[in-house]
Design a protein around this ligand. Sequence first.
Ligand code: ADP
Length: 286
Amino acid sequence: MIIRLENVNYIYNPNTPFEKKALDNINLTIDETDFIGLIGHTGSGKSTLVQHLNGLIRPTSGRVLVDGIDTKDTGNLLKVRQKVGLVFQYPEHQLFEETIYKDVAFGPSNLGLSQDEVHERVKTAIELVGLDFEKVKDRSPFELSGGQKRRVAIAGVLAMKPRVLVLDEPTAGLDPKGRDQILGRIKKLYEEKNITIILVSHSMEDIAKLVNRIVVMHRGKIVMDGKTKEVFKQVEKLEEIGLGIPQITNFMRKFKEKGHPVDDTVITVEEAKMELIRFLRSKENA
Ligand code: ADP
């Protein structure tokens, strides 16, 4: 276990006419090996929840423990921020230095590390997001494409060497190529660097392709939490709260309803392809 939320409630603007309960008794344990997809409608509390994970906001009641540190212990907040890196929506809006190098170096430079260590971290982080360090280090981040800018912003968080990386809609507004590149890099970070990942996304396709656990939020509560396939099997429950399933799963369900005995719990196009080939072969042999 790396992060634990116990009976967490969060109220915006308490005791004012704008009071709003955004988190309602959240209990959640995040393990090192998790790659979590956090889904739910706009306003369901996802952003409020993820900001609790690195102590950016702290519970109105209940507690959040990050690697054993209570985020209310403000003396240890820097440690918490190092352990949990948070990539906001449109993180490129926070780029501001004149070179990519300086932008990525900003976080680690404030940790009291040696210059060599900062340099090493910046180089590694830029390479981790798939950019050529020598080619980009002295360029302005503002000359880059949208997808590249976003990767620089993610590199800035990775340069802090977090154990947990939280990404809030990392592909929002990108073209398909930019999306694929970012998602590919996130997958690699999980698989090769053993970083725990929490991905907030509206895309059931992206979620199905990447994560191994889904947490569903609705009106400030966690209403579902389970393995990716198990959650996508509960179509009625998802539909009840207005969420969908991957298009390919929907297709396979319809196909099965028409009387074809196929596995309708597949969640990716690749799996569906294999299943349809199996189905066609079994018909040939019949
Ligand atoms: P999501 O990320 O799922 O869209 P949020 O965590 O942003 O959900 O919002 C949860 C609820 O809290 C919503 O009702 C939203 O309007 C409210 N909320 C979010 N941020 C603030 C804020 N800064 N002040 C007041 N209410 C807020």
